[in-house]
Design a protein around this ligand. Sequence first.
Ligand code: SAH
Ligand code: SF4
Length: 389
Amino acid sequence: MTLLDISRNLDIPPQPAPAAAKPSLVGLTRARLGEALASVGVAERQIKMRSGQLNHWIHNRGATSFDEMTSVSKDLRILLADAFTLGRPEIVSEQISSDGTRKWLLRMPAQGPRTRPAEIETVYIPEEGRGTLCVSSQVGCTLTCSFCHTGTQVLVRNLTAAEIVAQLIVARDRLGDWDGGRFVTNIVFMGMGEPLYNLDAVRDAIAVIADGEGLGIGRRKITVSTSGVVPEMRRLGEETGAQLAISLHAVRDDLRNELVPINRKYPIAELLDACRTYPGASNARRITFEYVMLKGVNDSPADARELVRLLSGMPAKINLIPFNPWPGSPHECSDWATIERFSEIVFRAGYASPVRTPRGRDISAACGQLKSETQRMRAKEREALAAAE
Ligand code: SAH
Ligand code: SF4
């Protein structure tokens, strides 16, 4: 496969000034936009209307300068431009796969004096009739699932709601997708991090993304994937109305304890109970169960039959994910014939069981590979530099 890395000759618009400079309004909730307006002296009775205007210009039209905001008075535009920017996170690199998948490495400014900028990845996956953006919710992850490369990285910090939204803004900028939003139609929280350990920010980000007068991606087109943080699942449903995906990956507690260690805290039975009572789950709004196919570990016909038994009576979809290996990973991907046999058993039990097609493999844009490759390249670059000196 050919790999087109255009990061070096990107036509990237001027980037926001460094951390100490003015804050950006991009990605903020209406409430936060209201606070920003109040801080530059906008009268209380105007806040609601003005924050609606800002939401429209920033999140619906993709404005990159206050001058574009023709429905906002010139005086207010000047006040806003003095205090704020419409800056996006810095695009460190953009890679385009031969299958159209794109991956961006984004640098979020430091959050305070003693913190460093944080880098995260966002992946765009175009498909027939739709386009999915896979966003990150944390920098790194506190959990340590054995098959996931993000799990080998420490948690650096949670992303803010605005930083989560900014991933979609950057994608729309780069895809030229402000005119009707045809390219990014779906959002999945399947990038780096555990979204339910950063639920307040995820909730606010979903509010901004789903706002019909702003970014306008409906809540049913937004899926949040969790490794199984049971106590937060109800709140996710009640406060976001998002679709739920569960990283199940094993049907017995002893094995799931190994693969997805949070299972020791919230075992399979508790997890499935929380799914059964997930607000809004129905046959029309099924819960997706993700199941990564690991050779000789969780891929036997008996596993498939047990999976079907466990999920019986639940409005479920099963998503079989071929394991994406990474350097040093302790697993291999199941053989294709094994995956097909597994899928057949699930299918015969009446479940749709699509096997997720690996996408963007040439740019390491597949699940569980985010950021790690870049860190490796950096290390290699450092070595090369050291050798040259
Ligand atoms: N932390 C959340 C969301 C991010 S991971 C979660 O665990 O659900 C998104 C999905 O990618 C999860 O289903 C995860 O199990 C899967 N995944 C992680 N590493 C993978 C790999 N190497 N190959 C295939 N899928 C992987
Ligand atoms: Fe974290 Fe999800 Fe990776 Fe597990 S699979 S380490 S929860 S990102």
